[in-house]
Design a protein around this ligand. Structure first.
Ligand SMILES: Cc1ncc(COP(=O)(O)O)c(C=O)c1O
Length: 406
C-alpha cells in the first residue's frame, strides 16, 4: 500500500484559509502579461524578420549595443554564474542612488523598466482610479490599466504641430479620481519634451494619493532635467529608468524604479525583486561607472538624428522636434501603407499611432542604416503605396488584443 502523501499546506505552517486566499491572489497575479516596445513593434510589422537581416528602426533599440566596459563585465561575470549573488541588486541600487543623491531604499532594480511600469499601474489604478496618459504616447501603461480595470483617459499632446508636450492641465482635468498620471519625458513616440515646471505643477496639483509616474527611459538622450529629486523630496512620484536605450541593453534587460519605499513596497506583490540576472547587474554597474559614456552616445545618436531631420525637412516633410532616439515623420498618406512598402524592401519603420495616422515613428539607427532608410524612403514616396497593408501577423502577436488601445 502506498504511504499517504504529506499535506503541503499542513507542512507549510500556513492556515488553510490563508493558503486559499494566497492561492487565489497568486492565480490572478500570475497571469500578468508584460507588454514591451518589442511586442508593440512586432504587432505592426508586416512579417517577422530576423533582427540580423534588414534595417530595424521600429522598436527604439540602440544599435550600438552595450558599451565595451559592459560587455567585459558580462564576460567576467559568466564564470561566477553558479552563485545567486543576492548582494548585487543592492550594490547596483546603492551605486545609482549615490550618483543621484537618493537613499538606496528608494531604488529597486528590475529586469527592464517594463516590470515596474506595469506593476505601478496595477498597484495604483483600478475601478474608480483612472490612468491618465498623453496621446500619442507609450501604450504599455494602457495595457496594464486594461488589466487593472481602470478607466483610461487619453489626453492629446499640447501644440501637436509644435512642441508636442504633455498637456498637464488637461491631464489633471481629465479625471476627478486619477490613480496614476503617466508622463514620459522625452515622450515615446514623439521624442518631444515636457518642461520641468509643468511636471512640478502636475505633482503639486494632483489629488492627494494620485501617483505621477515619470518615465525617463529616454532622458539621457535629451537636455531635460531628471525628476529623481522629487523622489528625494518625498513626493507621490515614481521615476522609471531603463538601460535599454542609451546604454544599449534592451536584450540584456535592466531598469530601475525610484520612489519612496512605501510606494515601492506596493509594487512587490506583482513580482520583481531579485529577478535580475547577475550578468545584467554587472553590465549595469559597469555602464554607470563609465565616465563620458552618456555624453558620447548622446552625441552620436543626436548627430545622426539631426542629420536625418534636416534631410527630411529639406525634402519638405514635417517632423517632430525630437530629443530622443526616435521622431515622428508625417508621410502625408496613411502611415501603415508606407510602413508596409518600406518593409517590403527590408526597412522596418514604425510604429503608427491611431491619433496621428499619417505619421510614422522612425528610430534613429546607425549612420549606415539611416542612409539606406533615406534612399528607400525616397523610392517608396516617389510611387503610390495605395493598398499596401501590413500582412498576416505571426502567431505570437496575432492574438494580442491591442484594439482596445485605439
Ligand atoms: C517609454 C518607455 N518606457 C519603458 C520602456 C521599457 O523598456 P525596458 O522594459 O526595455 O526597460 C520603453 C521601451 O521601449 C519605453 O519606450
Amino acid at each position: 500500500m502506498q504511504s499517504p502523501m504529506p499535506d503541503p499546506i499542513a507542512c507549510s505552517g500556513v492556515s488553510r484559509r490563508s493558503f486559499l486566499r494566497l492561492a487565489a491572489a497568486a492565480s490572478t497575479l500570475a497571469s500578468i502579461p508584460l507588454v514591451t516596445e518589442a511586442h508593440l513593434a512586432m504587432a505592426q510589422r508586416p512579417h517577422f524578420e530576423d533582427p540580423d537581416k534588414g534595417i530595424h528602426i521600429d522598436a527604439n533599440e540602440n544599435p550600438l549595443g552595450p558599451s565595451t566596459a559592459a560587455r567585459e563585465a558580462i564576460a567576467a561575470m559568466i564564470p561566477k554564474g553558479g552563485r545567486y549573488r543576492m548582494n548585487m541588486e543592492g550594490e547596483l541600487a546603492e551605486l545609482f542612488a549615490s550618483q543621484n543623491g537618493l537613499s538606496p531604499d528608494c531604488v529597486i532594480p528590475y529586469a527592464g523598466s517594463s516590470e515596474p511600469l506595469h506593476y505601478s499601474v496595477l498597484a495604483f489604478t483600478g475601478p474608480g482610479k483612472a490612468l491618465v496618459v498623453g496621446d500619442p504616447g507609450y501604450e504599455a501603461p494602457m495595457w496594464a490599466a486594461a488589466i487593472s480595470g481602470a478607466e483610461i483617459k487619453k489626453v492629446p499632446l499640447a501644440d501637436a504641430k509644435g512642441a508636442a508636450s504633455h498637456d498637464v492641465k488637461a491631464m489633471l482635468a481629465a479625471s476627478a479620481t486619477p490613480g496614476l498620471i503617466y508622463i514620459c519625458n522625452p515622450n515615446n513616440p514623439t521624442g518631444t519634451t515636457t518642461p520641468r515646471a509643468d511636471i512640478e505643477w502636475a505633482v503639486a496639483n494632483a489629488p492627494k494619493g494620485t501617483i505621477v509616474m515619470i518615465d525617463e527611459a529616454y532622458i539621457h538622450l535629451s537636455d531635460v532635467p531628471t525628476c529623481l529629486d522629487m523622489v528625494k523630496a518625498g513626493k507621490d512620484v515614481i521615476v522609471l529608468r531603463t538601460f535599454s536605450k542609451l546604454y544599449g541593453m534592451a536584450g540584456i534587460r535592466l531598469g530601475f524604479a525610484a520612489a519612496r519605499p512605501d510606494l515601492l513596497k506596493k509594487l512587490d506583490r506583482f513580482g520583481g525583486r531579485n529577478s535580475v540576472p547577475i550578468t545584467a547587474l554587472a553590465a549595469g554597474m559597469a555602464s554607470l561607472k563609465e565616465a563620458g559614456l552618456v555624453a558620447e552616445r548622446k552625441k552620436i545618436i543626436g548627430d545622426i538624428r539631426e542629420e536625418n531631420l534636416a534631410w527630411l525637412k529639406s525634402k519638405g516633410y514635417a517632423v517632430t522636434p525630437s530629443q530622443s532616439n526616435c521622431f515622428m515623420l508625417d508621410v502625408r498618406r496613411p502611415g501603415k501603407e508606407v510602413l508596409a512598402a518600406m518593409a517590403a524592401k527590408g526597412v522596418y519603420i514604425g510604429r503608427i499611432w491611431p491619433a496621428w495616422p499619417t505619421q510614422v515613428r522612425i528610430t534613429v539607427g546607425t549612420k549606415e542604416e539611416m542612409a539606406v532608410f533615406r534612399t528607400t524612403f525616397e523610392e517608396v514616396m516617389s510611387k503610390t503605396t495605395a493598398g499596401m497593408e501590413p500582412a498576416e501577423l505571426p502567431w505570437r502577436v496575432r492574438e494580442t488584443p491591442f484594439s482596445h488601445l485605439s
